[in-house]
Design a protein around this ligand. Structure first.
Ligand SMILES: NC(=O)c1ccc[n+]([C@@H]2O[C@H](COP(=O)([O-])OP(=O)(O)OC[C@H]3O[C@@H](n4cnc5c(N)ncnc54)[C@H](OP(=O)(O)O)[C@@H]3O)[C@@H](O)[C@H]2O)c1
Length: 269
């Protein structure tokens, strides 16, 4: 029983279908079908060889879970983007003086660090890096670097001060001037990034939403009110309610005192 249809092609390894037949496997159950033209069709190859194959079992769970980013990359050639943010109950992502440490709780921040260690790249705009001087690394509760560090990506034209934390040697950092979201994703795809975490701020996130380049929202809504200060999302190409970007909430859970919301896009208007 596997998440992905066994492949029928030679890539870095020989075909999985050959290995299964050689091992005498009589029955294969898989969730998602392989969408890549070069590797698809493994199920048919196995059936033709007399192996019982069942597909689609728990497919939705797998599509929204462990294979979400990989399947997106395989279908589109661009990385999957999760926009993660922390906001107050009144939708603010920073106070009016620009401070935002900390809106979300310690358990939520720890969860985000674990998430960082699983993705391929973290993307932030120059606005966030200049305002907050973040490390953009994955760390444990004691501040120690986790074993796996994502590529740090800073998008925008303004130069960073030489001492910016994001330029330290804790992880690799890529500076991308310009800021067209599709071009950013193409640059990341060229470096093999499949799963990307967009960590703001509001202006860059607005540009990504407007370009249809956010595939999941992960929001940590904190029980806090600010009343003024920037909202979580900047300008996103919406002039009227009829142009609103529509999302489907796929899950809500508590994260310490915060509500964690996961949502996926369903369209516009
Ligand atoms: N609560 C949260 O989750 C959270 C997360 C992140 C940040 N923040 C807060 O957000 C504030 C910073 O906000 P921000 O909106 O200035 O940050 P930002 O979105 O990180 O940076 C905006 C800058 O990114 C560059 N950029 C590159 N491509 C762009 C594009 N397509 N569209 C728009 N801008 C693009 C521009 O700078 P250039 O002129 O250099 O090109 C722009 O001024 C800080 O107060 C920070 O604390 C909060």
């Amino acid at each position: 029983m596997v998440t992905l249809e066994p492949c029928a092609h030679t890539g870095r390894t020989p075909p999985c279908t050959d290995a299964l037949r050689a091992a005498g496997v009589a029955r294969v159950v898989h969730a998602a079908s392989d969408p890549t033209p070069q590797a698809a069709g493994g199920g048919e190859v196995l059936r033709a060889a007399g192996v019982a194959v069942r597909s689609g079992l728990l497919a939705e769970e797998v599509e929204q879970g462990p294979l979400r980013a990989w399947l997106h990359f395989a279908r589109t050639g661009r990385p999957h983007v999760t926009w993660k943010y922390a906001a107050t109950l009144d939708g603010r992502s920073a106070a009016v003086d620009g401070t935002s440490k900390w809106i979300s709780s310690a358990p939520s921040r720890a969860e985000v660090h674990r998430l960082r260690a699983r993705v391929d790249a973290i993307v932030a705009g120059t606005g966030t890096v200049l305002a907050d001087d973040p490390h953009l690394t994955a760390r444990d509760e004691d501040g120690r670097l986790l074993d796996r560090q994502p590529l740090r990506v800073v998008v925008g034209d303004r130069p960073l001060p030489p001492g910016a934390r994001v330029l330290d040697d804790a992880a690799e950092t890529l500076l991308l001037p310009g800021g067209d979201p599709a071009a950013v994703l193409d640059a990341l795809a060229a470096r093999g990034a499949v799963d990307v975490l967009l960590e703001g701020g509001p202006r860059l996130a607005g540009a990504f939403v407007a370009a249809g380049c956010v595939h999941r929202v992960l929001a940590y809504i904190a029980p806090m009110l600010l009343g003024s200060g920037p909202t979580a999302l900047g300008e996103a190409g919406v002039a009227s309610i009829s142009q609103a970007w529509r999302w489907r909430i796929e899950r809500t859970t508590m994260s310490g005192p915060d509500v964690r919301v996961s949502a996926v896009p369903i369209g516009r208007g």
